[in-house]
Design a protein around this ligand. Sequence first.
Ligand code: ZN
Length: 284
Amino acid sequence: MKKFFRLLIILLLAANAVMLVFTYQSTDKRKKAEEAFFAQNTEYEQLNETLKSETNKLEALSRSSTEKNTPSDEKFEKNLESTGVSVCIDPGHGITSQSGKEPVSPGSGETKAAHVSGTAGEEEFNLSVALKLRSILEKSGITVDMTRTEHECDKSNIDRANQGNDSNYCIRIHADGSENSAASGISVLIPEKSYFGDDSFVRDSSILGQYILDSSVKNTGAKNKGLVTRSDLTGFNWSKVPVVLIECGFLTNPEERALLLTDEYQEKLAQGIADGFLKFVKEL
Ligand SMILES: [Zn+2]
């Protein structure tokens, strides 16, 4: 019996030892697995750090190249101011209760209506094209003055000419009208002579007029009605700076009127006028 108990105790001890070895081995395996996991985790974190720093470098590079290609608004604004050229845009006509007369030219006894209402729909059309033209020219670094930005305007033709004289050039925006509903196309009017003795006035008005006519016709596909010299326009006769008047098309021609009243066609006109003016300015 004693032998049996001794054997049992030995067997139990042996079993215990085996259990201990197994437990030790499995703990050891777990530890190793944990260590491997932590090592991998550290490696992963290091990779992640490297990735982050590379991403930051890439972002910095991308920012610096963007800054080089597109200057900040402030820098851009400064570039735009650099041409030093100014233009007065005069959207013809305006809603007014004024109805006086004024001398057609300096020193003349002949008078003409100081305010004329223009062709039906012309006042709104002129203003719309003029505002589009202003936007394009300002983006190109030209300083733009407007005789009006509202439909209501009490300024006479002499008032407009005097305001235009404060800029380097003056562009008058109009639309044509005719009893012949088939009449269509663009013409540009230029002054015949200067009342202020400046030789370059007629020459520059003529060159500017030709450029604006060519580019407007090219940009719209409208009929070219040519350059027209006028001596009877108060707005021209009181001008001291080169001045042109574009008749953008006939509001009395149903087909052309439909075109003239679209935003798309007005943009083409404004771009055409701007192209001609900017070509002129570049050649100065
Ligand atoms: Zn007009």
